[in-house]
Design a protein. Sequence first.
Length: 296
Amino acid sequence: MGGLGYDGTGKAVAEKKPVKAVVGGSAYSNAPQIGAGTWSDSVAIGETAVYRVRLDHGQRFRVTASAPAGSEDAGLTSGEAVTTRVTLFSPARLAMTTTYQSAAVDAPARATAASPEVRVRNRETPSPVAGNAAADWSTASVAGDYFVGVQLDPIQRYLIGRVMSVRLSVAADGEAAGQPQYAASSPSAPPSPTDSDRRPTSCFKPEALNVIIGNEVGTAMLQDAIWATADKLPDLADAEQTTKFIKASIISEAPPETAKSNTYVEKALAELKAEGIDVKGSESAPLTVTLNEGGD
């Protein structure tokens, strides 16, 4: 559901045949499209695989991520465990909800997360207070690509790099309602001596908006951040796991020279200079701007 009562949970999705193979992306920009049905992937422990699900207004989706018992797949032994964490993101690349469950030697993991129904008025709901683990449906207000991030989070650092099988079962709920209709501009009343300086107001129309979709221009990326729910860290076992994960994420030696490159930036700046463009703003000067009522 969307709006009041959304908590990010939903009924688990049953596996359906045939199971289709998919390779999860490393970022939003290369996330593969998945839809209703069951999908199979192999994910390295310690990494996050990203997938996209297309939604229209009036629709929502549920996804159940399942990993087999560790002894059957990643060769886990007694005391070792890997947490399967599922996070759903809106087209704005903002997290809406996260759920997780751990797979151990003889215990498979099965985590289900659900998106809110896509509604324009979701944008009117307040976002959760920073640090609050509550599900957030405020950015589920537009049709488009929604994202599923599946992270295999090891309890023991030395498990990083092993590969586990993951199955994603996806269900789409609701009927596509299409784009909402925007209100037409209201006719303005004849000006009167008391409101002659007022301007008529009107609603924005879709053709008046300039929308840039990062995925279409190749600029979208996966946020470099670590997220944890408020009820996770107080647990001593989870706190130890989080500490080990952060330690494993820290660069312990200087990166090679090939890790960065200014080649294309320097080439672009050189071409702009050759065209006589001031790329440093040395010829710019401040302006004094007077703000008048009405925007003139």
